[in-house]
Design a protein around this ligand. Sequence first.
Ligand code: ADP
Length: 590
Amino acid sequence: MRWVVVLVVALVVAWLAGRWANDAAIDKLRVASAQRLDGYAVSLENLLSKYDFLPGTLELNKDVIALLQRPGDEALRAEVNAYLEQLNRRSGSTTIYIVNLKGVTQAASNWRSRQSFVGDYVAFRPYVRDALRGMPGGFYGVGTTSGEPGYFFAHGIYYQGRMLGVATVKVNIERLEQGWEQDAGKVLLADANGVVFLSSVPEWKYRTLKPLPLDVQRELEESRQYFSHPLAPLGQRELRQLDGGAALVTLPGDQRTPLLSLTRSLAPRHWSFVYLSDLSSASASARSVFLFALLVQALLVLLVLYARQRKQTRDHLEVLVAERTASLREMTHHLSEENSVRRAAEEKLRRAQSELVQAGKMAVLGQMAAGMTHELNQPLTALRTMSDNAQVLIERGRLDDAKGNLATISQLVARMGALTGQLRQFARKSDASLTAVAVAVVAAVTSALFLVERRVEQERVNFRMLVRDQDVQALCDSNRLEQVLVNLFNNALDAMADCDNRQLTVNIERANGRALIAVTDSGPGIPEQIRAHLFEPFFTTKPQGKGLGLGLAISEQIIREFGGELRAEAVAAGGARFVIVLPLAEQETA
Ligand code: ADP
């Protein structure tokens, strides 16, 4: 419905614009036509006024007067004929002749020709009649003798206040038509009755602008003004009256294209000049303006549609952005909630891990407990025996021997004290969040070794410590590093339990700006499928009661916490190698 309205409005506006253009073009055409008509009227008047005085001057000629007084004087007639002939030639008129009061031609410039007017009766012709009545005038008509049209000027010839006859001059004004034919418009000149007597279109000549009333028809027949021409109406039809004597008309046989007709009356002669111009240029410009207006409106509609589309898109985008912003805000809220939950969980995890580390330690201690008891029992037994012996020796006065015994006792106690001290140190629960400090790697390895030394000796394991860089300091916690090393040593000893050749090697060095501790054994090594699970908690291949599967998992985590790495490698000669990589403390202190 809306589109129909838009279309109708666009058509109406375009039609109005077209009409306006049409009117403007017609207006312009009318002005141009008026200018043309003015020009043609001036040249007509110029032509006619040249001859206005000529008939009147003939009464100045004595021979003319004499001939009218003595009409039988043939010699005189010949004289006057010659004079008129000469005058006619000089003035460029068609014919000049003298008529007596009875209306009979006495002398004429064309006396030589076969159509000579001399002797003709012309009283019936209106201009002669009027002049005879004392009214000089002009008249356009077709000659009755010659059949040629022309403008007739007639004037009375007076001698001493008495009229003797009439002088008549006929002028050809048809040559004006030649000028009109060049014009794009059509020009016609009609007399007071509307009879067209000059026209740029030959067929329109002697047609009438409107049907003639009967009395006028009769009068024209009598005066033979237009000789025998039938004087049929032209049949033009007026479509619309415009200002200033203009109208839109159509001509029969050419109905389609209206013409602009402009009429100008030539007052003194009661003639009317009509100028007809083709309106096709006006209607063409109207058509173009109509189309142009349609086009402009179509463009406007497109622009409006485009703007609306843009606005819709923008609105849509804004809504989308608002929605997204809201959902983002919600998400952020969600995330921060999740974050706090996660932080709590992490805290919990850290605590749990710390517990796990401790549990791992206790497990190792448990495993070691049996060995330890044995380890402590032996010196205790020795202590008792030696102290008993010392008593006996003192009683017997062998004081030197007793002193020796006591020294040994003191050594044993010191050794036991060192062992328990190490154990206490190992079992100590370290802080959950440790700060890394510089740890002398060689010292840490020595401490750890001390805790497994008995086993190494008992199981006849060949232990070697190959130190390339003596003073390597790793950035970690000594207690934790020892825990890891004890784990690795115990695992190596477990692995080599059934082997004949038991070799445990520790390499200490700096490599690529990091501290490197490699623990290598000559055990059976680690099969590929097991290596993938080594660091998983509770993964163990040891019989129940022997292994918990926590050692490597905890160790790996400890090393990672210090920004380091624990990895297992296969050894070409068989056996397993665990490598601890830790950041160097030296760089930091340096
Ligand atoms: P656990 O010692 O309680 O089994 P660990 O995490 O310390 O737990 O070790 C996991 C497993 O890794 C062991 O059960 C063993 O199969 C394997 N493993 C560890 N060290 C070695 C090694 N040096 N040689 C061969 N296998 C090893």
